[in-house]
Design a protein around this ligand. Structure first.
Ligand code: SAH
Length: 232
């Protein structure tokens, strides 16, 4: 179960709201039962049920059952696309082990605002399902030019370019280390954006094959390819 409380030796964890309802009414936990918790950065902790009241309960951390996990150093930067599809990207990126999900506002994006709370809850659900105890960072949406201007020198920026780019496998093998993939919106990048991306130090245009993929397909195919070579 995901909790906001930072977990640690002897920490008391108050739980209320839906998670409490789930534990009390669905799981029917009793005092002294053990529940596995994660807070997104402290690994996984076994916690013992102490007090159960009508709508809330308190658990006490007793033992770390999984250490803080290593997360592959990969960022997925993608334009906001239609609701259900960006939710799909968030869920699959979490399962695939992405360290950070960075929404990027581009000129042709049909969606110009994101519900980060909704995306965060998809990340939490995906983490619980796939057994990930470290949550991906969900960054605030930034404009493309701001992202490029402040791009970190130590991170490869693989740019999924549907108008053509280097072959995926050879390119990833030639550029080991911290990386990111940048994927455009349904309408793609406009020529000026493409030039700005190509002009960014560390940016490498990459082809994902001869067919035009939907943005969510491109995002997940690129992530899976990188993880196949570098993820663990
Ligand atoms: N404007 C394009 C569609 C964009 S697809 C058109 O209709 O022709 C959305 C995004 O997915 C693109 O911006 C690109 O980042 C990525 N993408 C799709 N197919 C790709 C491919 N074959 N190679 C590399 N990137 C691709």
């Amino acid at each position: 179960l995901h909790v906001e409380t930072q977990l640690g030796e002897g920490v008391a964890v108050p739980i209320d709201g839906n998670p409490a309802h789930y534990l009390i009414s669905v799981m029917r936990v009793k005092p002294d039962d053990i529940v596995l918790l994660f807070d997104g950065r402290s690994g996984e902790w076994a916690a013992r049920v102490r007090d159960i009241r009508k709508r809330d309960l308190v658990l006490d951390c007793v033992q770390q059952t999984k250490p803080p996990e290593h997360v592959p150093d990969f960022w997925l930067c993608c334009a906001p696309i239609k609701k259900g599809r960006i939710d799909l990207i968030a869920e699959k990126a979490c399962e695939l082990g992405v360290a950070r999900l960075q929404p990027v506002l581009t000129r042709r994006a049909v969606v110009d605002k994101l519900n980060l709370d909704r995306l965060h809850s998809h990340l939490v659900e995906a983490a619980e399902q796939c057994g990930r105890t470290a949550l991906p960072d969900l960054a605030d949406m930034v404009k493309l030019d701001a992202l490029l201007k402040s791009w970190p020198a130590d991170r490869h920026l693989f740019f999924a370019d549907e108008t053509g780019g280097a072959a995926l496998d050879a390119t990833l093998r030639a550029h080991p280390g911290p990386a990111a993939f940048l994927v455009g919106p349904e309408g793609g990048f406009d020529p000026a954006e493409r030039d700005a991306i190509r002009a960014t130090p560390g940016a490498v245009p990459v082809s994902l094959g001869p067919r035009i993929l939907r943005a969510e397909t491109a995002a997940l195919a690129a992530t899976a390819a990188w993880m196949a070579l570098n993820g663990d």
